[in-house]
Design a protein around this ligand. Structure first.
Ligand SMILES: O=C(O)CCC(=O)C(=O)O
Length: 293
């Protein structure tokens, strides 16, 4: 019987060492320039989040999770061996790895992630959910242009943040993330699909937005990450190289975000009544910056 690690809100492995002095916490802070860049463009990238050996551990624990017969598979909130409807373009996408694999559990508390997140959110960081996005070599599929908050209106206010973390070097050729700088100031766009038609979003853009649609490739080394705003339009192209492109994503919000729905917010998670503050077993507080700085 596999343990559901969502009951544990402390480290369960030796993947990380938490800072023990104020100086060690400060070491992880983004510079004023990086924060300014995020406010202006809606993202900040190239942030070192994991060491090479931490990436190795995550990769080792990821491999068995991609087998749908894994004994912890029922703990995933969502699981798509291929989210694309085209079997020749594969996008593995799953939510909930932190409940199953110790390293994916512990990286939520990684100070290299939580400290910048608290700066960008300007407050305490609470967990929303995690995601795995993996593209195999040769026939890796796309992630169509979208805004994350289009999928998250069941939680409000919109003080959310996404962190994308590479488990392989991500390049234009193997399907790295792309952003549309400045799109975090656009309106909330409707859901137009995640894994089939890259350009479906074009049908809901204004002429002005189409003009501003200038993608920037976010090439990253493995272990580096990129933070983006919940309205940032982003997507990624196919992987046609002979290298896989694996990534894990951590989605958080500022503590105080409330449920906006009486339905379960994630599969198999007890509902949080509309209007009630998010918290409890599935939505732990990851960092209260006032408690450590
Ligand atoms: O990994 C990708 O290509 C897409 C990731 C994504 O959509 C996200 O980080 O919100």
């Amino acid at each position: 019987m596999i343990e559901d690690l969502s009951t544990r809100h402390d480290l369960v492995s030796d993947l990380l060492r938490m800072p023990s002095t104020q100086g060690e916490w400060i070491h992880y802070r983004l510079s004023d320039e990086q924060i300014e860049f995020f406010r202006k463009n809606g993202y900040v990238s190239g942030i070192p989040l994991l060491t090479e050996s931490q990436v190795d551990v995550l990769r080792e624990q990821l491999a068995p999770l991609t087998d749908p017969s894994h004994p912890g598979n029922h703990l995933f909130h969502e699981y798509h061996s291929n989210e694309s409807s085209d079997p020749s373009r594969v996008l593995f996408h799953a939510l909930g790895a932190w409940r199953i694999a110790p390293a994916f559990h512990d990286i939520l508390w990684n100070p290299a992630f939580t400290v910048p997140a608290s700066q960008l959110l300007d407050g305490p960081v609470r967990f929303w959910h995690d995601q795995l996005f993996c593209k195999p070599s040769h026939h890796g599929g796309i992630v169509a242009w979208h805004q994350d908050y289009s999928y998250w209106t069941r939680t409000e206010p919109m003080t959310h943040l996404t962190c994308w973390i590479g488990l392989d070097d991500a390049t234009r050729d193997n399907g790295c993330l792309h952003y549309i700088p400045g799109s975090h100031r656009w309106n909330l766009l409707p859901v137009t699909g995640l894994a089939d038609n890259m350009d479906a979003i074009q049908s809901v853009l204004s002429d002005e937005q189409k003009e501003q649609f200038k993608p920037v490739a976010i090439e990253l080394k493995k272990g580096e990450g990129s933070f983006h705003h919940p309205l940032m339009v982003h997507g990624s192209f196919e992987n046609r190289t002979d290298r896989q492109r694996r990534a894990t994503v951590i989605n958080v919000f500022r503590d105080g975000v409330r449920s906006a729905s009486n339905d379960p917010l994630l599969k198999d998670v007890p509902p949080v009544p509309a209007g009630k503050k998010m918290g409890g077993q599935f939505f732990p507080l990851l960092l209260n910056p006032n408690a450590v700085n």
